[in-house]
Design a protein around this ligand. Structure first.
Ligand code: BG6
Length: 507
């Protein structure tokens, strides 16, 4: 692993939830693994008035909750980490306030010999995304060695994403902009590339001649929690599909890149997004299902409906579930349907991609139900119980040739005792190393919006498109089953444990 150059990390939105729960613990974990640069400092910026000491105390208590501090080594690392945390209170909406920030940045840079390498992390509400970069540039804080990390949502639709890209590019170059999509930072998402391109057995059969369809599920058992205000203006399509799940599709469907670097990998995913078959009004009505969770009782506890959640409009039509069928019109995938679904308040938390292979061309054997044997499946489990599962037919011992579908499974937990690193650890480290491979490029973001935008418009304009209710704790509206046309095929009902599908699930 290359050593990362010295860095100052400036976090806007330093008193917010993301900083506390994800960014500070990720930076601390990088330090614990001895991967932080030799010289670094972290500067929190926010409107809340506090000094360095208060900021350090607050971050210390966050680390106690969201990180592991057990050994003496961890405790020493904590002391060092806290001593390198600083805070600067400014009104981030006021351009003149940035002069004070510049002074602070200059001091830290020279005191800690940080070589003018600065990351500005925008962990703020999106209404600051077009302001902070301009105000930084005004202070000369957009030099070549300065980088900008932007959290999602990257735009709210195609037009706003294009406008935001344009505005950012007025002040920073594309190479300096890191659009974070935390799904790309997940180990198991990166493993899609390794599974496909480091094993000769998969790639030759990774195409329309062998694959019948691809199924992607990203289910959450939680609801909108305290984020009703944000979510009600977003919905599942904007919150999960346009970014995280289409990025997954990009990695599953891409052609082999020439090199595993940011230009080549992102060029290939862009080609996938450009090949997504545009959705006609008829497709939107027929092939896209939206749903919203209703109240129910789970494990004897009453669960609120979406419309009763804090911050949500009582007559809200925002979808908390979306399922869709779409095609990728290129040589490799022509005619292969992709089925994708995501939702909140589903029975369990699971994200996985399932490659369903075609059935054998001639059915010699039957399964235990007397039907032609099921086709092979490769399950790529992103979370939890991260791993791979291959399903194939085996002879049931005894007379005749009865076939049973069996599992061959690999669990990440068997590869290492180490905890799988959090997505933010990998992404922050990559940014310090100037590696943007796992960040979304401007053109890929715009292309995914191009695909999603017609759905958003149709849902807004056409009141005749139904929004189905589904009781919390179920797999979403039943009507989503009809997306898969073949009567013998259905969505998988994955469980918390990779191998436990189709049986009783622990919820
Ligand atoms: C976020 C969404 O980007 O991803 C959330 O805004 C969602 O609504 C979350 O819960 C899911 O991420 P993960 O890593 O828990 O699957």
């Amino acid at each position: 692993m290359r050593a990362s150059p010295n860095h100052l990390i400036v976090i806007f939105g330093a008193s917010g939830d993301l900083t506390r729960r994800k960014l500070i613990p990720a930076l601390f974990n990088i330090l614990k693994q001895n991967l932080m640069p030799s010289n670094f400092a972290i500067l929190g910026v926010g409107r809340t008035e506090m000094n360095n000491e208060i900021f350090r105390d607050e971050m210390k208590s966050s680390l106690a909750t969201f990180s592991e501090i057990q050994s003496t080594k961890d405790k020493d690392a904590l002391e060092k980490f806290l001593s390198l945390l600083f805070y600067c209170a400014i009104d981030t909406f006021k351009p003149e306030a940035y002069e004070a920030l510049k002074n602070k940045v200059d001091h830290l840079d020279s005191d800690f010999k940080l070589d003018d390498n600065i990351i500005f992390y925008l962990a703020t509400p999106p209404n600051l995304y077009d302001k902070i970069p301009a105000f930084l540039a005004n202070q000369g804080l957009n030099r070549k060695t300065h980088k900008l990390i932007i959290e999602k949502p990257f735009g709210n639709d195609l037009d706003s994403a294009k406008t935001l890209n344009r505005e950012l590019l007025n002040f920073f170059t594309e190479d300096q902009i890191y659009r974070i999509d935390h799904y790309l930072g997940k180990e198991t998402v990166q493993n899609i590339l390794v599974t496909r391109f480091s094993n000769h057995i998969f790639e030759p059969i990774w195409n329309r001649n062998f694959i019948h369809h691809v199924e992607i599920t990203s289910a959450e058992s939680i609801g909108v929690e305290k984020r009703g205000g944000y979510y009600d203006n977003s919905g599942a399509l904007r919150d999960m599909v346009q970014n995280h799940l289409l990025q997954l599709v990009g990695l599953i469907a891409m052609e082999p890149p020439i090199l595993a670097d940011s230009v080549n990998i992102r060029n290939e995913t862009l080609k996938v997004f450009k090949s997504l078959r545009p959705l006609s009004q008829e497709n939107i009505r027929k092939d896209i299902i939206r749903g919203q969770y209703l109240h129910s009782t789970i494990n004897n506890e009453k669960v609120l409906s979406y419309r009763d959640e804090e911050g949500v409009r009582r007559d809200s039509k925002t979808e908390t579930y979306a399922a869709m069928k779409f095609f990728i019109d290129n040589w490799r995938w022509s005619g292969v349907p992709f089925y994708l679904r995501t939702g909140k308040k589903l029975p369990t938390r699971v994200t996985e991609v399932v490659i369903h292979y075609r059935q054998t061309p001639h059915h010699l054997f039957c399964n235990t139900l007397g039907l032609p044997n099921d086709s092979n499946q490769l399950v790529i489990r992103i979370q939890p119980d991260e791993g791979l599962l291959m399903k194939f037919g085996m002879k049931v011992p005894g007379a005749g040739f009865t076939v049973q579908n069996v599992n061959m499974d690999f669990h990440y937990s068997s590869l290492t005792d180490k905890k799988i690193p959090e997505a933010y650890e990998r992404l922050l480290l990559d940014c310090m190393l100037n590696d943007s491979t796992l960040y979304a490029r401007g053109d890929t973001v715009e292309t995914t919006w191009e695909f999603i935008n017609p759905i958003l418009e149709a849902w807004k304009e056409d009141a005749g498109i139904p929004l189905y209710g589904y009781p919390s704790g179920t797999w979403g509206p039943d009507v989503a089953d009809s997306l898969i046309e073949e009567p013998w095929l259905k969505w998988r009902h994955p469980c918390k444990n990779l191998t436990d599908d189709g049986i009783y699930c622990e919820l």
